[in-house]
Design a binder for this molecule. Structure first.
Ligand SMILES: *Cc1c(COP(=O)(O)O)cnc(C)c1O
Length: 378
């Protein structure tokens, strides 16, 4: 098998057979001419069902995650919704991380619940707490690792054993780590989910999602529902994500380099009470992170000695860091999870500390990133 960077650039990306175009074109078409009734060219019939630009992305992402099938959607949430509606029935139960991505929490607790799905939050960093949350009706164990925004680490291999015992699927949201840093399917996960809006797209110019599986039968069921539900990635969006994936490896290396320098600065700063980064030896998930990740990513969170207002002030004072939700793009972003991405979790089991600041460390010149952070911290 070719190396990661080679697959990122070539998997599913053969030059166009008609013109030799090196990059697969954006097939902006809804339908396909048939050579006689039922005479489909390469199986293409209607673009909700399949489109060559989307196929190129789906093959590439499957090759990067080491799966047999990739499926591309209009957003990460569309991918998650299609997955849940494929594998769950009324009466089923889901174990979700107690600091799950807010949209995932909302989809399961507010939308799926009305369709008869029950759920239990668990601290996924603790295998015992996930095991304790499992019930006879559990069909899905949902894991994010590292988690958002607390950067907790879940042991994918250990949780895959819990899922096997429970006859449940282990779903891993690999958005933060990306396949360059972590390969959940190789550790026993059944499904990988991405918001490709983040590192996979990587340029903050597209919203998208993917699912990747190893099992061909599950892949077929998901493809059936992808077509039946219709929340597909359009050809231009699929093309943007494919373009992003080609540079994923070099971008992730730089995100990691810059994040490590940011962590060093924060650790020495007197106004910072705690730095959350899986690469730190004192991080409770460090040993597991070392086992399952090649590096520790571009997301860094920290807490301020002086509480909530100090955290909000840092966000307001940052200038090179853009104050914005989302993450994983080339530009550095800063946010206050308690009032922004995780505001909807206030008062729930998923509430985050008020003195917390989350950084998505970009790939600008590292000295500029550090200087901005220094002035913002005051
Ligand atoms: C952004 C995000 C999602 C949702 O993806 P969208 O593309 O915004 O729909 C899911 N999981 C994680 C970890 C995310 O960061």
């Amino acid at each position: 098998m070719h190396g990661f960077e080679t697959r990122a650039i070539h998997a599913g990306q053969e030059p166009d057979p008609r013109t030799g175009a090196v990059i697969p074109p954006i097939y902006a078409t809804s339908t396909y001419a048939q050579d006689g009734v039922g005479g489909l060219r390469e199986g293409y019939e209607y673009s909700r069902t399949a489109n060559p630009t989307r196929t190129a992305l789906e093959e590439c992402v499957a090759a990067l995650e080491g799966g047999s099938r990739g499926l591309a959607f209009a957003s990460g949430m569309a991918a998650e919704d299609t997955l849940l509606r494929t594998v769950l029935r009324p009466g089923d139960h889901v174990v979700i991380p107690d600091d799950a991505y807010g949209g995932t929490f909302r989809l399961i607790s507010k939308v799926a619940e009305r369709w008869g799905i029950s759920w239990t939050p668990a601290a996924v960093a603790s295998v015992a707490s996930v095991r304790a949350a499992v019930r006879p009706e559990t069909k899905v164990i949902w894991v994010e690792t590292p988690t958002n925004p607390l950067l907790g680490v879940a042991d994918i291999a250990a949780l895959s054993a819990v899922a096997r015992d429970a006859e449940a699927l282990l779903v891993v949201d690999n958005t933060f780590a990306t396949p360059y840093l972590q390969l959940p399917l190789s550790l026993g996960a059944d499904v990988v989910v991405h918001s490709t809006t983040k590192y996979c797209g990587g340029h903050s110019d597209v919203v998208g999602g993917v699912l990747v599986v190893s099992d061909a039968g599950l892949g077929d069921e998901l493809a059936y529902h992808q077509n039946a539900i219709g929340a597909i990635a359009g050809p231009f969006d699929a093309w943007l994500v494919s373009r992003g994936l080609k540079t994923l490896a070099v971008r992730m290396d730089r995100h990691c380099d810059n994040a490590e320098r940011v962590v060093d600065l924060l650790l020495q700063h007197p106004r910072v009470s705690q730095v959350l980064y899986p690469g730190l030896a004192e991080h409770p998930g460090h040993d597991v992170a070392v086992k399952q990740m090649s590096r520790f990513g571009g997301m860094v969170s920290f807490r301020m000695v002086d509480g909530e207002q100090a955290a909000v002030d840092v966000c307001d004072r940052a200038r090179l860091f853009t104050l914005a939700e989302s993450l994983g793009g080339i530009e550095s972003l800063i946010e206050h999870p308690g009032r922004m991405t995780h505001a909807s979790a206030a008062g729930s089991a998923l509430e985050v500390p008020a003195d917390l600041v989350r950084l998505s460390v970009g790939i600008e010149t590292v000295d500029d990133i550090l200087a901005d952070l220094r002035q913002a911290l005051g």
